[in-house]
Design a protein around this ligand. Structure first.
Ligand code: ADP
Length: 290
């Protein structure tokens, strides 16, 4: 089953063009939707999750017309929104059982208990399942969010900016969980964090101002900029009085000194050295040329 998005457009009242003829083919596995804040990621995610409408275009998931057959989509959809909302003083078991009942999972309470226990085990919350979710850390909350999204065995899982605010250890645990889920279903992950896509995704798209700037695999994306990214460590004064004309992709402090990366099809001179391409360069090069 593939998700096929064709020419999807959306303008908000007030005139913001949030999606501009977006076309993407999304296969089974982990798909990363990468874009800066305001790019249109949440708009696309919410449209795919049947929570808002588009102005034009089509979306098909296998045989399902996603934009019109909302009930069918919801039966095979799992969604973890950017803001999951309230975390009550209820245990994970009780809350997930309640959500399972609402979603019509299982035919009786024993069935449901089994589903809930196995999901909490899968997301590694088994030991803390009787603790109230409002006491959970950010990473535990996100894993609980995945457990609720996996109720009912979805074929399509949509997760909107899930790693923002997680510490490195929590992020890793969350990556491992998503990677495992992505082995059998379509998982779409929206993020502004390049590392999320680099570590997890087999396919990706870069979007900005509602437009798809790139779609393909992360490794193809990197090979597109191979030999065209140049770097140099310099002083702040040298950076301020720059003598080269090519666009700066990024400036990062390395041991307190600016490390400048630029995009140039040919050797820019001025002491720059050719860099091994990185997905971050791809991201910034698309944004700087858009
Ligand atoms: P992202 O998730 O990539 O940060 P969004 O989809 O939230 O991007 O937003 C895309 C653009 O649409 C932004 O310019 C944002 O300000 C605008 N936007 C989002 N939601 C609304 C809304 N409900 N009404 C008007 N404009 C909106």
């Amino acid at each position: 089953m593939q998700l096929i998005i064709d020419n999807l457009s959306k303008t908000y009242p007030g005139g913001v063009l949030a999606l501009d003829k977006v076309s993407l083919v999304i296969p089974k596995g982990m798909f990363g939707l990468l874009g800066p804040n305001g790019a249109g990621k949440s708009t696309l995610m919410r449209t795919l999750a049947t929570l808002q409408t588009a102005d034009s275009g089509t979306v098909r998931l296998g045989e399902i017309d996603v934009l019109s057959e909302k009930t069918r989509v919801r039966q095979i959809l799992g969604y973890l929104p950017q803001e999951f909302g309230v975390y009550p003083r209820t245990s994970a078991v009780t809350l997930l059982t309640h959500l399972a009942t609402l979603k019509g999972v299982g035919t009786n309470s024993r069935d449901r208990r089994e589903v809930v226990e196995s999901l909490l085990d899968r997301v590694n919350l088994k030991d803390v399942r009787h603790k109230a979710v409002n006491t959970y850390s950010g990473g535990m909350r996100q894993r609980f969010g995945i457990a609720q999204a996996l109720l009912g065995d979805p074929q399509l899982l949509i997760v909107d900016e899930p790693t923002a605010g997680l510490d490195p250890g929590e992020r890793n645990r969350f990556y491992n969980l998503l990677a495992e889920v992505g082995e059998s279903i379509i998982v779409i992950l929206s993020t502004h964090i390049v590392q999320d896509v680099k570590e997890l995704c087999t396919h990706m798209a870069i979007i900005d101002h509602g437009r798809v700037l790139y779609s393909g695999s992360p490794s193809e994306a990197e090979s597109q900029v191979a030999g065209k990214v140049w770097y140099q460590s310099m002083t702040k004064q040298q950076l301020a009085g720059r003598e080269w004309k090519q666009p700066i992709l990024s400036t990062k402090l390395v041991a307190g000194r600016p490390m400048v990366r630029i995009y140039s099809e040919t050797d820019p001179g001025h002491g720059f050295q050719c860099a091994a391409p990185d997905l971050e360069d791809v991201f910034f090069s698309h944004l700087s040329r858009a």
